[in-house]
Design a protein around this ligand. Structure first.
Ligand code: CA
Ligand code: CA
Ligand code: CA
Ligand code: ZN
Length: 339
């Protein structure tokens, strides 16, 4: 109980945030109902029990599930705004072993702190050291919060002082044609240490906002959620429903530099100064991708004989491709016509 309570309150006691949460007691209910208005934390929900119904895989340690509507909705006697949370439940996998003492098992408070972030509405972060990174860190690493976690929470539940006096680092990510680049991961990298301090994702209009970054100099970089190693294998589905619904956007990763254009050197980086509650702007125009995708592997191999015309052909490219461009550019040649 102490570990769970600590996991819930480590967030709500963050300086600058304005939200209250409290323990309301135990319940005889077993099923975590997403619409019962009870924010339940359970180790017994049979839906998580791999041995019985395998609704969740063995790999799942716990889930934090929030219920909200995507459009304004009247429910249970009141209106809810889109995205407003009306129910939040935390379900631990009954098939896993947890510990609060460093013994055998998974550190309960570390898992609960991550899931508590979800209960408060936070998405997964692309900052690998953060508690909200989707993959559990070692030992008790995620029982405490990083600057990234703190910033995300305070931005979600800001006290008036943060809104009035906090640092703003913001901008728009657009392509060469002025179209917004949605769901791009934007990183604020400490120019002194090279460490990634924080991450945001661009909204549907291509805008991003870091609120309350500590004073300092930062590089701003963008990276697509393309499931590759530099982005921690993250894809839009791993972040949140909204970004997933927009789909992944492919673009060339780059830094903000003083002369931003669609043709700059993606490695040119200019640090921006963030301090004194001022608003710092860093707009990025994504670069025209001049490197075409190349074929790295085909199955069957090129020029392989006796390939079945109704078999599966697999082609692996060096990067994501526009599927429609394959039409008319791919054919099987029958070099050995026989009847
Ligand atoms: Ca519930
Ligand atoms: Ca640039
Ligand atoms: Ca550029
Ligand atoms: Zn998670």
């Amino acid at each position: 109980m102490a570990a769970i309570v600590q996991a819930m309150t480590v967030w709500t006691t963050l300086p600058g945030s304005d939200i209250q949460a409290g323990y309301a007691g135990t319940t005889p209910a077993v099923i975590a109902d997403a619409f019962d208005g009870v924010n339940m934390i359970t180790f017994k929900d049979p839906i998580m029990d791999d041995a019985r119904n395998r609704y969740f895989s063995d790999a799942v340690i716990a889930v934090g599930i929030t219920t909200s509507f995507t459009t304004p909705a009247f429910y249970n006697g009141r209106w809810y705004r889109p995205g407003e949370i009306l129910d939040a439940d935390m379900l631990f996998n009954p098939g896993r072993t947890f510990t609060t003492s460093g013994g055998a098992g998974i550190d309960l408070q570390s898992v609960a702190t991550h899931e508590a972030g979800h209960l408060y509405g936070l998405s997964h972060s692309a900052v690998r050291t953060s508690t909200m990174f989707p993959i559990l860190g070692h030992g008790t690493e995620t029982a405490s919060l990083t600057i990234e976690d703190t910033l995300q929470f305070v931005k979600a539940y800001p006290g008036g002082a943060v809104i009035t006096y906090g640092n703003y680092l913001q901008g728009t990510i657009e392509d060469y044609y002025g179209n917004p680049v949605r769901g791009a991961a934007v990183f604020a990298i400490n120019a002194g240490t090279g460490d990634t301090t924080a991450c945001e994702y661009t909204l549907s209009d291509g805008r991003y906002l870091f609120l309350g970054l500590p004073d300092g100099s930062y590089y701003v970089s963008i990276y697509p959620l393309n499931g590759t190693s530099p982005i921690g294998y993250l894809e839009p589905a791993a972040i949140n429903w909204l970004i997933y619904s927009w789909g992944a956007t492919e673009f060339v990763p780059e830094f903000w530099d003083g002369g931003e254009s669609a043709f700059d050197n993606p490695l040119d980086a200019t640090a921006v100064s963030v301090n004194g509650g001022a608003t710092t702007i860093a707009d990025i125009i994504t670069n025209i991708d001049l490197a075409p995708p190349t074929i790295i592997q085909t199955t069957p191999a090129d020029n392989a004989p006796d390939v079945r015309a109704d078999g599966t052909i697999m082609i692996k490219f060096s990067e994501a491709i526009d599927y429609s461009t394959l039409q008319g550019n791919f054919r099987l040649v029958n070099t050995n016509m026989r009847r």
